[in-house]
Ligand binder design. Structure first.
Ligand code: MG
Ligand code: MG
Length: 266
């Protein structure tokens, strides 16, 4: 899984500061889109809000035109896990929508996703989303110099399995990020700790757990993009871009300044 010989891009403090600007644009776009989520809104309308936010903040989209992707956000509703294409779909009361957004400032990328309830959502689905979000933060806390890459996925898996009987999607992973959106290495959301490359100051990673209320199997719809749970169960997806710094993990796509600080006692 961890191929030798491929290096993980190292950023200078100045470069990470630009990535923070890109991450902040992503955070602002996700905030604006999340605020517009309600029964009756179309996913195309949500995409328009993100476009306006990215443009008005002087950034460009990481997603638009990526392998032909036609929008600036991915909108994945209910059993759609990731990579849903905004369009005519109108949100219903009780839906859970994952919104994924990427932005570029001066050539540097930020990438993050949130899952947002539409109106009154079943408690089981809200619990799935909360557990997936908590597992993201468990992973983020492992993004520190001296750890091994697989410590992140291990922490995500431990967090999710402790929270409930959820399907942890294995076919899609987090990734390195910097001058491209998707860079080496891949970051699975499961696995044994202590494997893979040693994490170093200046690396930036996008961590993105995807979990379902059913089994973990997924497939791709005929549109070539939308990833769905094969058993039709609802899915949640949360993502942040994080930098590994001298003082600990720096969450580049958080709306507020979030530096996680020194390692917590075990
Ligand atoms: Mg993303
Ligand atoms: Mg990503």
């Amino acid at each position: 899984m961890f191929r030798r010989g491929e290096s993980i891009q190292i950023k200078s403090p100045d470069q990470l500061a630009v990535m923070r600007q890109a991450g902040l644009v992503v955070a602002l776009a996700l905030q604006a889109v999340s605020a517009a989520v309600r029964p009756g809104v179309s996913t195309r309308e949500l995409d328009a809000i993100a476009r306006e936010c990215i443009a008005s903040n002087g950034a460009t989209s990481s997603f638009l035109g990526y392998h032909g992707f036609p929008a600036v956000i991915c909108t994945s509703v209910n059993d759609e896990v990731v990579h849903g294409i905004p369009g005519d779909r109108v949100l219903d009361d009780g839906d859970l929508i994952s919104i994924d957004c990427g932005a570029i400032v001066d050539g540097w990328h930020g990438d993050a996703a949130v899952s947002v309830p539409v109106g009154a959502v079943a408690d089981s689905v809200l619990a799935l989303s909360a557990a997936t979000q908590a597992s993201l933060w468990a992973g983020l806390r492992q993004a520190r110099a001296g750890n091994r890459l697989s410590d992140i996925g291990h922490a995500v898996e431990l967090s999710l399995t402790a929270a409930g009987d959820y399907g942890i999607v294995e076919e899609y992973t987090g990734h390195g990020i910097g001058t491209s959106m998707h860079m080496h290495p891949s970051i699975p959301n499961y696995g044994k700790p202590g494997k893979g490359p040693v994490l170093k100051i200046g690396m930036a990673l996008a961590i993105e757990p995807m979990a379902t209320l059913g089994s973990a199997g997924v497939g791709v719809l005929p549109d070539g993009w939308t990833v769905v749970a094969l058993d039709g169960a609802p899915a949640a997806h949360w993502e942040h871009t994080v930098a590994i710094t001298e003082t600990g993990p720096w969450v580049l796509t958080a709306l507020d300044e979030v530096r996680l600080g020194p390692r917590e006692p075990r």
